[in-house]
Design a protein around this ligand. Sequence first.
Ligand SMILES: [Mg+2]
Length: 249
Amino acid sequence: MWRGVLLDVGGVLLVGDRAAPGAADTLRALRRRGIPLRLLSNTSSCSRATLADRLRRAGLEVETPEVLTATTATADHLRGAGGTSLFFVAPDARADLAGLAPSDDHPDHVVVGDTDAIFARAAMDRAVRALRHGADLVAMARNRWYQTAAGPAVDVGAAVAALEYAAEVEALVVGKPSPGFFRQGVRSMGLPSGAVVMVGDDPEADVLGAQRAGLDAVYVGPRRDWAAVASVPATIPSIGHLLELFPQT
Ligand SMILES: [Mg+2]
C-alpha cells in the first residue's frame, strides 16, 4: 500500500480560497497514520510560504516545507544547471529563488513564471533577444488558461508559447507534468516512487505526469475518458474520500 502521498492544491485541497470538503480531516487522518505528505502545486505567482499561509487560513494544517511549487522545482533545476538567469517571476515568488544568480545581458537561462510582467512588449523583447543569443527557456508551467469569475483568463503558457515561436526554441517545463517535479516530491519523503500516490484533479498534469514518473495516481473529479493514461486511476469525487482507498487499520 502507499506509504506517502503527494497532493495537488488547487481543486483538491483548496477551491478558491476555501478548504475543499473533507480536506482538513483527510490531512489529519494521514498524519495520524504516520503517512508523510507533500503538496505539489504548479503555482508560481507566490512563494511556498505564502501558499502555506493561504492553506492555514483555510483551516488546513500544513507546514511550509511540505509545500513544493513550480518555483521551488525551478530553483532546484537552476542550482543543478548552474549559470545565470533572466527572471520573469512574480515579486512574491522571488524568495524561493534566493541565491540564484540573475543576469540581464547574455544569461544562460530565461526563466518564466506566472507574472503579468512577461506579457509586456518590452519584456518579451528582452527575453527573445536573450533566447536568440543562446539562452535556454525555462518555463515554470505552461498552462494555457484558467477559470475566473468573469470567465477564462489567459495563463502564462501563452507567453511561453509566444517566446518559443519568436525565438524558435522549445521550453523546458519544470512544473507538472514534468517527471522531475514528482520525483522531487518523492525524494523529499525518502520513499521509492512505487510507494507514493499522487492525488490531483488535472488528468494530464497530475495523473499522466505522475504515472510517467512511476507513481500511482488518484483522480479527484467526475468520471472521464482515460484513453491516454498508462492505467486508469482510482477516482474519488472529492479529497474527503481518499482514506477509503487505504486499508482500514
Ligand atoms: Mg488542480
